[in-house]
Design a protein around this ligand. Structure first.
Ligand code: CA
Length: 135
């Protein structure tokens, strides 16, 4: 698969499968990260395949975690991507025993380098880097 660097959109964007992605290095809570991506004309990324997951990992610095667009903010019983599709209906890469959070409630999906880049659901107020996707 070909990873290419593109400067046609935001500086530092990288292209995969027809979409551009940016790693936002400033740490933000999920809501601010979502708003930031939208202000740039994109959205917090979804992850629809192992190839897309591998590509996003290429954007990471070491020892970081990043927000994706996944959350149960709309329906607490269902994790969904920002286009409304259920996360469970497609590719997933949850860490063992996830999704799970001791406090329950609204949680958002992060990708953790320290968990072999598997997914965690955690409090959306936590601050971390984020990946914007421009389709
Ligand atoms: Ca969790």
């Amino acid at each position: 698969m070909a990873f290419s660097t593109s400067f046609s959109h935001t500086k530092g964007s990288r292209e995969f499968n027809g979409s551009l992605y940016n790693l936002i290095t400033e740490t933000k809570n999920w809501y601010d990260a979502k708003e930031n991506c939208e202000s740039l004309g994109g959205n917090l990324t979804d992850i629809r395949s192992s190839a897309e997951q591998d590509f996003i990992i290429e954007l990471f610095d070491v020892y970081v975690k990043v927000w994706t667009g996944g959350s149960n903010a709309v329906d607490e019983n269902t994790f969904s991507w920002l286009d409304g599709s259920a996360v469970s209906s497609g590719y997933t890469n949850w860490a063992p025993n996830q999704p799970w959070h001791p406090c329950g409630g609204i949680r958002c999906i992060s990708v953790l380098q320290t968990w072999s880049y598997r997914w965690n659901d955690e409090a959306c107020d936590n601050k971390m880097r984020s990946v914007c996707k421009f389709s």
